[in-house]
Design a protein around this ligand. Structure first.
Ligand SMILES: N[C@@H](CCC(=O)N[C@@H](CS)C(=O)NCC(=O)O)C(=O)O
Length: 206
């Protein structure tokens, strides 16, 4: 059975929601750690960065696979099942684009915002202003996209929505006003957040 090692952050939530949506049986190891904890050597064999999440799948064509990087885990799971990947090429490409934006742009920006506003002990106001401006650019682009289509890929719910949801539901809530200024994002959060699999995944990694 699939095993997933996660901490209760947006990346862990993304993978837990995916597993729930795809109906794959899994065991979640919810790791409790504090800042500065070092990973065990056994865990570093699965994920050389010692970060979370990591997914281990014994049910492959060959040897068991250990997969890290949330976007790579998502690609693996949707390819394995053929689900949450739109049929139409235009929508499939859109899913890849918005999934990449969630993983490569908004997630690192929110992690940087977390450090600069909650952990940094020196004056980092210039860097904070820069990252908040970047986040506002991403949120405006996502809001515009969700003004043109009900879901990020287009008319169909896809893995891009899964990778974006925990960012909007948790990380972005750290900002003044959360995502309230973004009407299309707010509508989409209500729709996606009402899905049973999304609620279950959020609870597993909450
Ligand atoms: N690019 C990685 C980022 C993973 C990451 O930064 N995970 C955080 C939790 S969301 C973590 O493990 N932090 C603990 C640490 O850095 O030691 C991914 O997408 O999975």
């Amino acid at each position: 059975m699939i095993e997933v090692y996660l901490v209760p952050t947006a990346n862990g939530q993304k993978v837990a929601i995916l597993l729930e949506e795809l109906g794959l049986p899994y065991v979640a190891h919810r790791i409790v750690r504090t800042v500065g904890d070092t990973p065990t050597n056994d865990y570093l064999k699965l994920n050389p960065m010692g970060k979370y999440p990591t997914l281990v799948d014994p049910d492959t064509n060959d040897e068991p696979l250990a997969i890290f990087e949330t976007l790579a885990i998502a690609h693996y799971l949707v390819e394995k099942t053929g689900q949450l990947l739109p049929e139409k090429q235009k929508e499939r490409v859109a899913a890849h684009i918005w999934a990449a934006l969630a993983a490569s742009d908004l997630t690192p920006a929110m992690a940087t915002q977390y450090f600069l506003t909650l952990r940094a002990e020196t004056d980092v106001s210039e860097a904070t202003d820069w990252v908040l401006n970047e986040i506002a650019r991403f949120l405006a682009a996502i809001d515009a996209r969700l003004g043109d289509a009900p879901y990020l890929a287009g008319d169909v719910y896809s893995y891009a929505d899964v990778l974006m949801f925990p960012l909007m539901a948790t990380s972005v809530q750290r900002l003044d006003g959360g995502c309230a200024a973004y009407a299309n994002v707010t509508r989409w959060v209500e729709v996606v957040g009402a899905r049973a699999a999304v609620q279950k995944g959020m609870a597993v990694a909450g």
